[in-house]
Design a protein. Structure first.
Ligand SMILES: Nc1ncnc2c1ncn2[C@@H]1O[C@H](COP(=O)(O)OP(=O)(O)O)[C@@H](O)[C@H]1O
Ligand SMILES: [Mg+2]
Lengths: 711, 233, 96, 96
């Protein structure tokens, strides 16, 4: 109030409330996020704009961002997920980029529970519907099922676009007197207070506070996208901004604040879907598929003609003013007048107390398989193959158009998607990865693993990681454990990003993923973009020829804390988190990229969920070939140790195959690269055999794997 | 040399892919805007995939009334060639330029996957570059592709040889497992009685380069180009 | 400009698949209802409903809505339609 | 007025978006009707129609169909529903 110099009125309070919400102001996470590395030689735009941008050279740049739509998807899965995709697409084309790919990271409770299954299927339907309709391929994603998400699902969508750096648009209002144009959907009462809703726990009153759900309109968005693309380079366009959380209030305030100017708006000029809307409702509506532009004076007609051609109407709703204020009129009557510095930057930073959960040390000290049923290696392997977290995901992504655009060289189903760049030798590689389950024990490690794993997935196809975007899905930071997780997760992302030299160029924080005091596990989702120097050299995850030799790059290990095997056997998370030696991680990844670049390996697959045995099974299943391998000391190991060697989720490992003739060169490469490497066996046969310890027929493995996610 | 025109409705997205495929095949193309009535003298009109007007109501229903469709109708009357792909097939059925209708996939889900097509006739402009019974590997990507014709209409179609493509298994046999949408008689593509208008659910423009998985789709475009050239002579 | 409310009607239009056309959606709904314990459900057919508000007198409205159904709202190859008219409720405001 | 001793009814269920929820489909259909020359169309809302055939007496049928709507047929977050019952052997009536 001191900042305003007078008491705010109801509208001003509403606007401040929305912009000072966690969702818009990052008041709890801001200071932490400042610690992340955000610069690098390729970074053209770091955090702070609608999306981050990295240079791809030769006059092309890649623009990308990830965002959560967890709360809306919990209320209405189809529309919540769909409008999440719609929102992230607008962020990308607001930068002047043409969206070329979507990815999704989704998490639910046990899919055998009909309610969870229903939510999962509806979310997939919503993601598919929006992306398919607008014609942007969904090329990858991640799906996780865990009891920790039964009350709060995770729905994060990532969009990647391409833009010529010279055409890049920024959302900065400029030029006193310039008109402000609102274009797209009419404004309705839907989604009012969505930002504040997304910044609060679910509880008994949530239903009452719930904003009207927005129904997505991908067709309208397609028209907006095409019109905005047509306007690229148009001299009349000063700034372009999407209308997201907190609607006109945030889009206008942020655009003006970035440009160091003010805006005066007349809410009476905002086209509405409903009668009787108050200025507050107009300013806070989160109606989808709207964009705000600042135009050069006199350029209105030319710009509106372009929108008109696409069946859209634009209305001039205000002008740029010199004073750094957001002034709202309703016709002639002034209804709000706020200092932009206060509105945008004024929310006091919060530093709630943080503390690790009680009993953590004891859980870390537990034997990962304490009290678990004693499964034979074959029994464990079968259960992993049939786990929805390891099973084949085709049932999901065959509902997504992953080919439109004619550039998908590798779609979903491998380690990273690969998109060609027209007229160039190189290609783009894309992935999203959430943290390791052990992040519940050690959120910092779990977050670092998320970054390392994303980079490893890119390296597995031969791509050099360029930059990352992240969505930090967490619980209530007002609980000391929640705040501790937030601090640790940001630190973990920073650790790995710095060590691996991958700048953070955009991101999103979704806090308050809680229901009745129960938080989700910390879930840092990392989206990463890499550059494959030569598209033709890329490799897949599946074996390609019988007789090829199989090698493990990276350490042996037997770490079961937080593993999928532990989840299946114990349903809990305990024991130490897997170690992560980031220097070794970097060397392993550099090695596999080099081996791919030299054409030495014919397949590469990272060892993730389910460990070495699962990676081997996937390489066999994807390639339609069996394999015979062995691990040193496996036969003689104690039962628990043996399970650890087979299914432990030790980091920094990739499984590769190579023609026998290339073996010596590959071995030389790993020796020079100071990477532990060893030959495990040979591709071929109708079964997957691990020494004397476990053998499974390929057909049986396939049936389990393909059935894991089936209804 | 044949000239291709690609119709663009606001919700169309495979116009770019079609133009690219034609470029790969060495043929120029022009875009035809849905609100225009001028076909710019093209020999073949392509109605590409997408969601024309959001596919609200029924896929292709609103697009079938667009101004450009009046011109397409006249083009068809003159014996001009038309290729409707996916949404374009839906538009052609809605416009009555092809018989039958396309319903929601039997599985009630969108399907994006490669399928195998069997070429049923090789005496059409669209298929004369194929061998009889040839199999083409081409992707589908649609939520409403279940071809339906009532028994009488179906009998007429079969009798007149209007079925051009069917979904088959790797061995070339009809198989419900190989049919991605539950189409009657495995129908993936049909022609009109004159054999000048083809509607097909699969996307040949996505199968024009081996790096993308298949180049079988090129045959369709090459066929049209050569037929057009023949007609011009 | 807006006429007297007596000249505003809403047509409640129902478009359904012809009985001979398979309706997998209806079958799925029936199965789901059975699973939920509604064993008394013998069958379900799913169709489309449209509320079309028109400014016209009753006789004209009827003829025009019929024309809309034939031209756009219903695809006669697979669907059939029916509708009734009711005076537009004055309490439901028209869009501005 | 039909008597209640019959034991087979069809519920004509109409599920529509709540008035506050935007209906892009309705907007596009309205525009299309305008383009086709139906200028008198003031607005269109699109919903779902379900014909649910149940074996039960009228009172039970009413209660059960209501339960079906709440549990499955209608998504209460964005939709609302209404229905009428008719004996299964009677010819198709007006939509509710
Ligand atoms: N929701 C989804 N959308 C699209 N693709 C998905 C989705 N979930 C999983 N996938 C795909 O399935 C494959 C396996 O996923 P995942 O097991 O997470 O791989 P990894 O462990 O290598 O990261 C990946 O190619 C991924 O792109
Ligand atoms: Mg992987």
């Amino acid at each position: 109030m001191a900042l305003l110099g007078r008491g705010p009125n109801r509208l001003e309070l509403g606007m401040l409330g929305a912009l000072w919400s966690e969702h818009c102001s990052y008041k709890t996470s801001r200071a932490l996020l400042r610690t992340l590395p955000t610069t690098g030689p390729a970074v053209l735009q770091g955090p702070g704009e609608n999306a981050g941008v990295v240079d791809l050279g030769h006059g092309l740049a890649c623009c990308f961002k990830i965002e959560s739509h967890n709360h809306p998807s919990a209320v209405e899965p189809v529309q919540g997920a769909a409008t999440g995709v719609g929102g992230i697409l607008r962020d990308i084309f607001a930068m002047g980029a043409r969206p070329v790919a979507l990815l999704d990271a989704i998490r639910f409770g046990d899919p055998r529970d009909p309610q969870q299954r229903h939510r999962f299927q509806r979310v997939v339907e919503g993601i598919g519907w929006y992306g398919n309709c607008i014609g942007v391929p969904t090329v990858g994603g991640e799906t996780v099922f865990d009891a920790g998400y039964a009350q709060n699902c995770i729905v994060d969508a990532m969009c990647v676009g391409l833009v010529e750096p010279a055409q890049m648009l920024r959302a900065r209002a400029q030029g006193v007197g310039n008109p402000v144009l609102l274009v797209g959907a009419d404004t309705g009462r839907d989604g009012i207070h969505g930002a504040t809703f997304a910044s609060a726990q679910f509880d008994a009153d949530a239903a009452a506070r719930r904003p009207a759900v927005q129904v997505g309109n991908p067709f309208l968005e397609k028209c907006l996208l095409e019109a905005c693309q047509e306007l690229l380079g148009h001299p009349a366009v000063v700034a372009l901004q999407d209308c997201g959380a907190a609607g006109l209030t945030s889009s206008c305030a942020e655009m003006a604040h970035r440009g160091g100017v003010g805006l005066e708006l007349d809410v009476a000029r905002v086209r509405r879907r409903e009668r009787g809307m108050t200025p507050e409702e107009v300013m806070l509506s989160e109606s989808q598929e709207r964009m705000v532009l600042v135009l050069e004076q006199g350029g209105e007609a030319a710009v509106e003609a372009v929108f008109h051609r696409w069946g859209l109407h634009g209305d001039v709703i205000g002008r740029v003013i010199a004073e750094p204020r957001l002034r709202i009129r309703d016709g002639l009557e002034p209804v709000a007048d706020l200092d932009l510095a206060v509105l945008v930057d004024g929310s006091p930073e919060r530093h709630p107390p943080a503390a690790p959960p009680l009993g953590l040390a004891a859980r870390l000290a537990e034997d990962p398989l304490a009290g678990a049923p004693v499964w034979s290696p074959l029994e464990a392997w079968r259960r992993l193959l049939a786990s929805p977290n390891c099973g084949e995901t085709r049932g999901i992504w065959r509902q997504y158009d992953h080919m439109v655009g004619n550039d998908t060289l590798a779609g979903p189903g491998g380690d990273a998607a690969v998109l060609r760049l027209r007229g160039r030798l190189d290609a783009l590689a894309l992935t999203v990865d959430g943290g390791h389950r052990s992040g519940r024990l050690d959120p910092r490690r779990g977050a670092a693993i998320a970054v390392a794993e994303a980079a490893r997935n890119l390296s597995a196809v031969g791509a050099v990681p360029l930059a990352l975007t992240n969505c930090l899905n967490l619980g209530d930071p007002d609980r000391p454990e929640g705040m501790w997780q937030l601090i640790e997760v940001v630190a973990g992302v920073g650790d790995a990003a710095r060590a691996l030299g991958i700048p953070v160029v955009s991101g999103n924080v979704s806090l308050y993923n809680d229901t009745l005091g129960q938080s989700i596990p910390p879930t840092p989702v990392v989206g990463m973009v890499g550059r494959l120097p030569e598209a033709g050299r890329r490799v897949g995850a599946g074996f390609i020829a019988a007789g090829d030799r199989i090698a493990l790059l990276g350490p042996l290990g037997a770490e079961l804390g937080g593993s999928e095997l532990q989840r299946l056997a114990r349903g809990t998370v305990a024991g130490p988190a897997p170690a992560l030696d980031l220097a070794l991680e970097g060397r392993v990844q550099a090695l596999v990229r080099e081996a791919i670049a030299q054409g030495l390996v014919r397949s590469a697959h990272d060892c993730a969920l389910g460990g070495l045995a699962m990676a081997l099974a996937e390489a066999c299943l994807l390639g339609g070939l069996g394999a015979a391998v062995d691990l040193p000391g496996l036969a003689g190991a104690a039962p628990g140790e043996r399970l650890g060697q087979l299914f432990g989720e030790t980091q920094s490992r990739l499984l590769v195959s190579c023609a026998p003739a290339a073996a010596a060169a590959l071995e030389r490469l790993w020796t020079v690269g100071r990477v532990p490497g060893r030959w495990l066996g040979i591709v071929g046969g109708g079964a997957i055999a691990i020494g004397e310890v476990a053998t499974i027929e390929l057909a049986e493995a396939r049936a389990l794997w393909e059935g894991a996610l089936a209804g | 040399m044949s000239r291709f025109g690609i119709v663009v409705f606001p919700g169309t997205w495979s116009d770019r892919d079609c133009a690219h495929a034609l470029a790969v095949a060495g043929h120029p193309s022009v875009r035809l805007w849905h609100q225009d009535q001028d076909l710019q003298g093209v020999d073949c009109v392509i109605l590409p995939g997408g969601f024309s007007y959001g596919d609200y109501l029924r896929a292709g229903a609103i697009a079938s009334h667009a101004p450009i469709m009046a011109a397409v109708r006249r083009h068809v009357d003159r014996g001009g060639l038309v290729l409707g792909i996916c949404n374009g097939f839906q538009v052609l059925c809605e416009a009555g330029l092809l018989p039958g209708a396309l319903l929601r996939n039997a599985a009630l889900q969108f399907r994006c996957q490669p399928v195998t097509l069997r070429v049923e006739r090789v005496d059409t402009p669209f298929s004369h570059t194929c061998r009889a019974g040839a199999r083409l590997r081409i992707p589908v990507s649609h939520g409403e592709g279940r071809y339906y014709a009532d028994p009488a209409m179906l009998a007429r179609l079969e009798q007149r040889g209007q079925v051009l493509f069917r979904y088959v298994d790797a061995a070339g046999r009809l198989d419900p497992e190989a049919n991605p949408n539950g189409s009657v008689a495995g129908i993936a593509g049909i022609v009109n009685e004159r054999g000048t208008v083809l509607g097909m659910m699969p996307h040949p423009e996505r199968a024009c380069e081996m790096v993308l998985g298949s180049a079988d789709g090129l045959r369709v475009f090459q066929g049209i180009a050569e037929a057009g050239a023949g007609a011009a002579r | 400009m807006p006429t007297d409310h007596r000249d505003r009607f809403v047509a409640d239009v129902v478009v359904t698949l012809k009985p001979v056309v398979n309706d997998p959606q209806g079958d799925v709904v029936r199965e789901a209802l059975h699973t939920l314990g509604f064993a008394e459900v013998a069958g379900v057919r799913v169709g489309r409903y449209l509320a079309v508000e028109v400014t016209a007198d009753r006789a004209t409205a009827r003829a025009r809505v019929d024309a809309m159904c034939q031209q756009l709202l219903c695809n006669g190859v697979i669907e059939e339609y029916r509708f009734t008219l009711r005076p537009a409720d004055r309490s439901v405001p028209a869009p501005p």
